[in-house]
Design a protein around this ligand. Structure first.
Ligand SMILES: C[S@@+](CC[C@H](N)C(=O)[O-])C[C@H]1O[C@@H](n2cnc3c(N)ncnc32)[C@H](O)[C@@H]1O
Length: 257
């Protein structure tokens, strides 16, 4: 049975959500990992859908970056078992997957490094981590499902470290309003990891003077993508019609450094 730290274990939740959305590599990994995924199957519902929508925005910004910078470097912070490189690699970009020691080791066993794909062991809370990125830019940093587990001053430090160490780069991240952070839903209620960074407005991050400028921000549930299966589209329309805004204040945002 897989044994990972509390936040590290959440990588299995997002992996499972991608598997439900037809990601072949994610499906293969779910089938090969010794872990009880049944709790996610029973309880995922909207949580899985939100993870899928979140991942699709990250994919879109990654595609845009690779179209502009085909030889650029995509750095996935808190990479877990991200399968984005399998979906989007263009044959020339470099991919860096940074994660904590147990998570990075786990990733290497399941998704071994290859030409242009490097797993890096580091904590983004260690100010020395930029030194571990030895491949050249331009860089797109992705912090998918990572920062909500950090205290606000830690988030601020991570972001200003990126802005200072990698000027000219972009970073995508996701945020959750205070109402959501105080009331974890679905499988997260049963996991040890706690969400601790509430962010009601992604412009807040600009006001920290961490060196970031907001380029684009999207609310996850709107507009409802036509590409979703009908059942998921209907669920999302119902959520948008019935849920008070504070309950669906889930966003993905892209910043320039
Ligand atoms: C919810 S998972 C997201 C994984 C992946 N980004 C995805 O979307 O599937 C959170 C990830 O953040 C990683 N993480 C937590 N704290 C970290 C830290 N201080 N430095 C680097 N990674 C960290 C965990 O190990 C885990 O892989």
């Amino acid at each position: 049975m897989v044994k990972l730290g509390a936040v590290q274990e959440t990588m299995l939740l997002t992996l499972h959500a991608r598997a439900t959305n037809g990601d072949e590599t994610a499906r293969r990994l779910v089938g090969s990992i010794d872990y009880d995924f049944s709790v996610f199957e029973r309880e995922q519902g909207l949580t899985a859908l939100f993870h899928v929508l979140r991942s699709e925005s990250y994919d879109e910004w990654t595609r845009q970056f690779l179209a502009e910078c085909p030889h650029g470097t995509v750095v996935e912070l808190g990479a877990g078992l991200t399968t984005r490189a399998d979906r989007l690699d263009n044959g020339t970009a470099t991919w860096v997957f940074l994660d904590l020691p147990d998570a990075a080791e786990f990733r290497r066993t399941l998704l071994p490094d290859a030409d242009r794909r490097h797993t890096v062991t580091a904590s983004v809370l260690d100010p020395a981590w930029p030194g571990a990125i030895t491949v050249p830019g331009p860089y797109l940093f992705l912090a998918e499902g990572l920062l909500v587990y950090f205290q606000p001053p830690e988030v601020r430090t991570v972001l200003s470290t990126i802005a200072t160490s990698f000027p000219g780069s972009r970073i995508a991240l996701d945020t959750y309003g205070a109402w959501i952070v105080a009331r974890p839903r679905g499988p997260l209620r049963r996991m040890e990891a706690a969400m601790v960074w509430p962010c009601d407005d992604p412009r807040e991050v600009e006001r920290w003077d961490a060196g970031l400028t907001l380029r684009e921000s999207r609310q996850l549930t709107r507009p409802v993508p036509r590409t979703l299966p009908r059942r998921r589209r209907l669920a999302l329309h119902a959520v948008n019609a019935l849920a008070p805004p504070r309950m669906i204040n889930l966003r993905v945002s892209l910043y320039s450094c």
